[in-house]
Design a protein around this ligand. Structure first.
Ligand code: FES
Length: 280
């Protein structure tokens, strides 16, 4: 039986309604959210595999490494609805974050043919300030795998490659849930962990979570950690840098795809294909 959620447009807190109703179920949500693209993406990626379609370092023939907004089905509701398939810029996120209590903004996107979510956090403005001021900042954290085994600290991975550190107050994560590979959307729902609020620790206590509509996994895109996951093709365990799972059935968090700015445009770095292989 479908579970009902009160879904809100993050930027306006307006309730999405269907035929005059204020509560919509998961089936109806699919009409509004980024998940509407799941069928198309899964059909193509299921044949090719994510790793196969990622461009090699340096880009493919087109050489376009920019990240594009993806607002299909949400053109009238998402703050980036009018920018569907346009390249993301830092200024887009800075402007939207000004409407948030927490100084954050997030958007679904597509990069190199794969779904991604980009989050802006006013980290450079609030890092070092008291954590009870409801202003989000990135948190470098220790990582534990799904069995509770200590894996390491996020900074350990930064020491190996400093490009993993958030670039210009922005991060990008692979947009497929580590539970069953659904494509979550940046959605706020009427639960306490999705208010426009922030608390430290990468837990469910604060809002502004990345929410997977499939089975309600939540991810804190400010909590950066080192963790492990498995390659579903060959079973090999790999270590990755990512954001922390805050709740729900997902075993671990979502991997980062390091980014850089090119004249203000968000571009992904293609060195981390192996991190995306938990979905085949
Ligand atoms: S696929 Fe995301 S919670 Fe199940």
């Amino acid at each position: 039986m479908a579970k009902d959620y009160n879904l809100f447009v993050p930027e306006s807190k307006e309730i999405l309604s269907n035929a005059g109703e204020t509560v919509i179920n998961r089936r109806q949500f699919l009409r509004y959210g980024f998940n509407a693209a799941t069928g198309v993406l899964a059909a193509s990626l299921g044949v090719l595999g994510f790793a196969a379609i990622l461009l090699p370092p340096g880009g493919g023939s087109a050489g376009d490494l920019s990240v594009k907004f993806w607002a299909k089905g949400r053109e009238d509701t998402a703050w980036y609805g009018a920018k569907h398939l346009q390249s993301m810029t830092k200024e887009d996120f800075v402007a939207e974050a000004a409407n948030s209590n927490t100084g954050t903004s997030g958007a679904s996107g597509v990069w190199n043919g794969v779904p991604v979510v980009v989050t802006y956090v006013e980290d450079s403005k609030w890092q070092g300030s008291p954590t009870d001021n409801n202003k989000a900042r990135f948190q470098m954290m220790e990582g534990y795998d799904e069995s509770g085994k200590y894996i390491g600290h996020f900074e350990d991975m930064v020491a190996m490659d400093e490009r993993i550190y958030p670039s210009d107050d922005l991060i990008m994560v692979f947009g497929r849930c580590t539970h069953l590979c659904c494509i979550p959307g940046w959605q706020l729902v009427s639960n306490n962990y999705t208010d426009d609020s922030w608390t430290p620790g990468g837990t469910d206590d604060g809002g502004t979570k990345l929410f997977c509509i499939c089975h309600s996994s939540r991810f804190d895109t400010t909590a950066l950690e080192m963790n492990t996951n498995r390659n579903r093709s060959n079973g090999a365990t790999f270590t990755y840098a990512g954001v922390r799972k805050a709740g729900g059935p997902a075993p671990v968090g979502l991997p980062l795809i390091p980014i850089e700015l090119n004249n203000g445009v968000v571009e992904g770095i293609t060195d981390y294909v192996d991190w995306l292989t938990y979905c085949d």
